[in-house]
Design a protein. Structure first.
Length: 59
């Protein structure tokens, strides 16, 4: 992968992470990113692939 393609890939990843964290925050009142581990975020995200619930705030 060349440098330009690598940079574009990371831009897409950052946008997806922004969307994922926004969905988490909206659907988990009282939780903050500072108080949430990466593992908790990933587990929550995985449950959403199995049984989506709550509000979607994507692009």
């Amino acid at each position: 992968m060349d440098t330009n393609a690598h940079a574009k890939r990371h831009e897409k990843l950052h946008k997806a992470l922004d969307e994922l964290t926004a969905d988490f925050i909206v659907n988990n009142p009282g939780h903050t990113l500072g108080g949430t581990s990466i593992m908790e975020l990933m587990e929550w995200s995985n449950t959403q692939t199995q049984a989506p619930a709550g509000n979607y705030h994507g692009a």
